[in-house]
Ligand binder design. Structure first.
Ligand code: SF4
Ligand code: SF4
Length: 726
């Protein structure tokens, strides 16, 4: 090389740059010889000639379509960076500070460029990254590089050059302190878990399904809370709305995977895994008023914590709205009975047909031995607007309508066949009412909603299915008068546009003057809101909207020892919100009664979806399986469930699309890689490390996809000092 450099220099006037391949070995010595011979600069090239992937079906043949035989090929990319850094460092050591070096090999980010300069490079070569990402990453690269220089006070890249070179120390000279690995963010969760009010460990059970471990997935689901099979059917799945995979192709079918697991458990008669009560019975009594999702979730946790729990319910059947209002084609009574039986197994007692404010009061419950009370009575009173004509025959409230329709005998008496029905509202209750009206053979069914589809609280899926079944939806319209003579004959509506955002964050509908019209209907179902029945709660302080006032952190009401949650606190909401309220109240009651068995959910931090997509690389698009359903024309004929369950093969394939975004169950790379078995997964699906077992090797830190592990020093007294044998 030196001879060539000398010859070129002797015969030309152009600068000579010698780019060296590490393949020949001794790259630093060759660089030194080139500089000594007069080269103006030297550079590295980290590429390695290596054996590319082997064709396992035909080992002698190439994997590359246009190549017949196998050969040695050039490999490059970010994995080479540590080797390239070392090459540059060794050259700098040999050639001294004056020579110009170009550092190449695996540079993709501005941080890589800084590292390369610190190891001795004057200039940076970027090659493979442009082939993989195009040039679109360059603006961010340059911005980051400049910001770093500004932050550190560097005026020129030259000033950071070589900073690492003199600091690299032979192992015998190292000072090493004792320590162990530790999580940086103990609750760094996937978007699906972050979005779930009940923090159900979706990522964890999806991973188990992907591995074909269905029973383990079942245990993980059941470890969180009861009512999971109900959520598997009717949850509005905020987890799917937030799923990272939705940015790539389609969100994972989280709810359907859960439903598959729970239905498999029933079919295979796996005994439900209920977390055991770890305490002796405390002897303290808790009264729970209302057996809807909030009441049941609270009863479940308190029974596990060793309290004597009695649930008081005004209806004959437990379940609240689940058994009284949600139509059977979405949720069967058997589903609810199954869950309630699990709760009964924990010793929870049910007293049916007794109502707060009529048959007993909060004071009488306390007098009769209740040490704490949880009020979860729901919001059963449908609201009608203050417009004329709502007293005419043919005006129905959604709750009364759905309650009647839920009962097969009562349903026979509902005379809706051939009627034109208008449902007013845009929530789940409105959509359920419209779909029930279709099944009761109404001639035409309209949903009239004052905002647009984007603001509709009902889920996209339910709205679509309602439309498939023939429901017609009119947006941006609101009622001004019910018209009729003794009976409803029509409804006068006015058109709206969306104005500024209101308190709920949704844009407020505003009337468009002179746009009135009449829709001829003979039945109107009002689904515009629900209230708490006032006589039930006159012992408690209420909000201006008439709901029970609570401390949002603890669910404590204005009365000592009385807690409240679910729809009677937040107004009509989702099942999963009610379950979360029930669980939070159970912790507060446990604390109030001096216990410490239950814990509030720690605050969650969500991973960055862009980072997850970036690290997932060039992922091919893959779509969800098509969930088989009965065609709308058949669904309209009865109240039976119509969605099929995913097959095992479909569920496994779908689960394999999950990107394992967050930290904990479902990732577990740290646990799987640790040769000291220091990492484990706790009952909340979180990874935890045993510092006694950790030997601080650092393997997990390098493999953690979320960069969520750090090393902590446990003493300032070194365990290894310079000069001692390493
Ligand atoms: S890709 Fe998987 S872990 Fe990530 S949000 Fe979706 S379901 Fe959750
Ligand atoms: S490897 Fe996975 S489970 Fe372990 S700390 Fe990192 S993100 Fe969490």
């Amino acid at each position: 090389v030196a001879e060539i450099v000398k010859a070129v220099k002797a015969n030309t006037k152009i600068p000579v740059f010698v780019k060296l391949s590490p393949e020949g070995g001794k790259i630093a010595e060759v660089a030194e010889a080139a500089i000594a011979a007069g080269a103006d600069a030297v550079g590295t090239n980290a590429n390695r000639l290596a054996i590319p992937p082997i064709n396992l079906d035909a080992p002698g043949k190439s994997m590359y379509y246009l190549q017949e035989e196998i050969s040695i090929a050039c490999m490059n990319g970010p994995w080479l960076k540590p080797l390239a850094l070392r090459d540059v460092y060794e050259i700098r050591l040999r050639v001294g500070p004056k020579a110009v070096i170009t550092g190449t090999g695996g540079v993709t980010t501005w941080q890589d460029a800084v590292e390369m300069m610190m190891c001795g490079a004057d200039l940076i070569g970027i090659c493979t990254a442009t082939l993989v990402y195009g040039f679109s990453f360059m603006p961010e690269f340059i911005r980051g590089f400049k910001e770093y220089m500004k932050e550190k006070g560097y005026k020129h890249p030259q000033e950071m050059r070589d900073t690492v070179v003199s600091a690299i120390t032979p192992s015998a000279e190292l000072t090493i302190y004792p320590g162990n690995a530790e999580l940086i963010q103990p609750r760094l969760v996937a978007p699906c878990i972050y979005a779930c009010p009940n923090s159900v460990p979706a990522q964890g059970y999806i991973r188990k399904v992907a591995e074909g471990k269905i029973e383990e997935a079942y245990k993980l689901i059941m470890s969180r809370s009861p009512l999971q099979s109900i959520c598997g059917k009717i949850c509005n799945h905020p987890c799917e709305t937030e799923c990272t995979r939705g940015l790539k192709d389609e969100p994972i079918m989280i709810r359907e995977i859960k439903r598959f697991v729970l239905e498999t458990a029933k079919k295979r008669r796996w005994s439900p895994y209920i977390l055991p009560a770890v305490k002796e019975r405390s002897g303290k009594n808790v009264a729970i008023i209302g057996s809807g999702p909030a009441g049941l979730a609270c009863a479940y946790d308190l029974a596990r914590a060793g309290y004597r729990v009695t649930v008081y319910e005004k209806n004959k059947t437990p379940g609240g709205m689940l058994t009284s209002c949600i139509p059977a084609f979405r949720l069967s009574e058997n589903d609810v009975t199954y869950e309630i039986n699990l709760i009964k197994k924990l010793g929870v007692k049910f007293r049916m047909g007794v109502e707060l404010g009529k048959d007993f009061t909060l004071a009488s419950l306390k007098k009769n031995g209740a040490d704490a009370i949880f009020v979860a009575i729901g919001a059963w009173k449908s609201v009608k607007p203050a417009i004329s004509g709502t007293e005419l025959e043919g005006n129905l409230t959604a709750i009364d309508f759905l309650k009647q329709a839920r009962n097969a005998n009562m349903r026979q008496k509902m005379k809706l066949a051939g009627k034109r029905v208008a449902v007013i509202g845009g929530g789940f209750t409105a959509v359920d009412s419209a779909r029930v009206a279709v099944r009761l053979k109404a001639k035409e069914v309209f949903i009239l909603y004052r905002r647009t589809r984007n603001e509709m609280p009902a889920s996209e899926e339910e709205v679509l299915e309602a439309e498939e079944e023939g429901v017609k939806i009119m947006y941006l319209v609101a009622p001004v008068e019910v018209i009729g003579n003794g009976k409803v004959e029509g409804i006068r509506m006015v058109t709206h546009v969306l104005g500024q955002q209101d308190k709920s964050g949704r844009r407020r509908p505003e009337v468009v003057p002179e746009t009135y019209f009449i829709l001829n209907v003979d039945t109107i179902i009002w689904a515009i809101g629900q209230e708490v029945t006032s006589g039930n709660v006159n012992e408690l302080e209420l909000t201006s909207e008439g709901f029970i006032k609570v401390d949002p952190a603890t669910c404590a009401t204005s009365l000592d020892g009385v807690f409240a949650g679910g729809d009677c606190v937040r107004g009509p909401s989702t099942v999963i919100m009610a379950i979360a309220d029930g669980k939070r109240s159970a912790v507060s009651i446990d604390r109030y009664l001096g216990g410490n068995f239950l814990q509030y959910d720690p605050e969650k931090i969500v991973v960055n979806k862009d980072d997850v997509l970036l690290r997932s690389g060039n992922l091919p698009r893959k779509w969800r399986p098509l969930l088989e359903k009965l065609p709308a024309i058949k669904r309209r004929l009865n109240f039976r469930e119509y969605r099929k369950i995913l097959s095992e093969e479909e569920a496994i394939q779908e689960a394999r699309r999950c990107l394992a975004c967050g930290c904990g169950a479902g990732c577990e790379i740290c646990k799987n890689i640790c040769k000291m078995f220091a990492w484990s997964v706790d009952e909340t699906a979180q990874v935890v490390i045993d510092p006694q077992k950790c030997v601080a090797c650092g393997m997990c830190i390098h493999r953690c996809p979320n960069k969520n592990i750090k090393m902590v020093r446990t003493s300032d007294v070194p365990i290894h000092r310079p000069g001692t044998p390493s």
